[in-house]
Ligand binder design. Sequence first.
Ligand SMILES: NC(=O)c1ccc[n+]([C@@H]2O[C@H](COP(=O)([O-])OP(=O)(O)OC[C@H]3O[C@@H](n4cnc5c(N)ncnc54)[C@H](OP(=O)(O)O)[C@@H]3O)[C@@H](O)[C@H]2O)c1
Length: 293
Amino acid sequence: MPDTVAPTGPLNRPSILLTGATGNLGRAVVDRLVERDVHVRCLVRGRPAPRPGVDWVAGDLTDPADVRGALPGVDAVFLIWPLLDSAPAHEVVKELGAAAPRVVYLSSTAIDDSAPRQSDPIVQVHADMEVLLRDAGLRPVVLRSDTLASNARGWAAQLRAGDEVSGPYVARTAVVDERDVADAVVAALLAPNGHLNPGPHLLTGPTALTRADQVAQLGAALRRPLRYRTLPAASARARMLADGRPAALVEALVTASERRPESHRVTDHLERLTGRPAGPFSRWAADHAPEFD
Ligand SMILES: NC(=O)c1ccc[n+]([C@@H]2O[C@H](COP(=O)([O-])OP(=O)(O)OC[C@H]3O[C@@H](n4cnc5c(N)ncnc54)[C@H](OP(=O)(O)O)[C@@H]3O)[C@@H](O)[C@H]2O)c1
């Protein structure tokens, strides 16, 4: 069960519940909302250090009672669903439906709206979540994100050991800076009077990139001749398991590697939400280079 929930802020100060607040994207969302003097409540599994302007509420996203306990007084919820199964979301979404806050859901650009089934379990979960939220009458604002630039942090250990990143084949997509996505999330959460086109808003970076392109751009920022080596599925599986990733996630990533199609789609939806164009991966690489040395 969550800790005691602090009272919400003054009437003119929106109160937002964040999920995934300790993650790569969530941390950037918290920073932006705190800067905007929004009352921020975060449902978290751990015990983050106290931070002015943030109420950390202990709870698990998959536990409906925890979610219910975090909802009183909340105007809007930023929802992620970081699991490989949407089944536990049914009861959680019922809680959201009962409290009826505005919901901004972070989904995936890899969804193919014309397909009866999605390419892989990760994309299928996002498609299922969108349907669940709509069926609950929540009219969620759906932000479909392309591959987050911050996924590159997963290469840090390999790049501290050498100049090569090895991993599965990953189809080219328009990798997007998580800070830009965070700006779009904040724009959606704080839309005047809650009025915003429900979307889906397709949030992409400015250029479709392969993993080799990304590693080369990281190398330029680090002034090192870095390269990406694509492994066959069996070796990629072994590599990801050795890196300590959970077996179910590894299987989902191997399936994604085999089935997810290339995408050259680049949109201006992010700019329409934030007023600024999406930044290139080279900017992300330059800003985060010290994390890889
Ligand atoms: N990465 C991408 O390329 C991409 C693309 C499209 C959409 N998305 C969506 O965006 C989400 C956020 O991405 P990210 O890169 O920021 O992920 P991330 O860094 O892995 O962060 C995941 C967050 O979810 C929290 N979490 C996981 N299980 C939880 C549970 N049972 N109860 C409460 N919190 C839980 C984690 O908390 P702990 O600190 O407790 O682990 C963490 O804060 C993804 O989960 C995915 O659904 C991602």
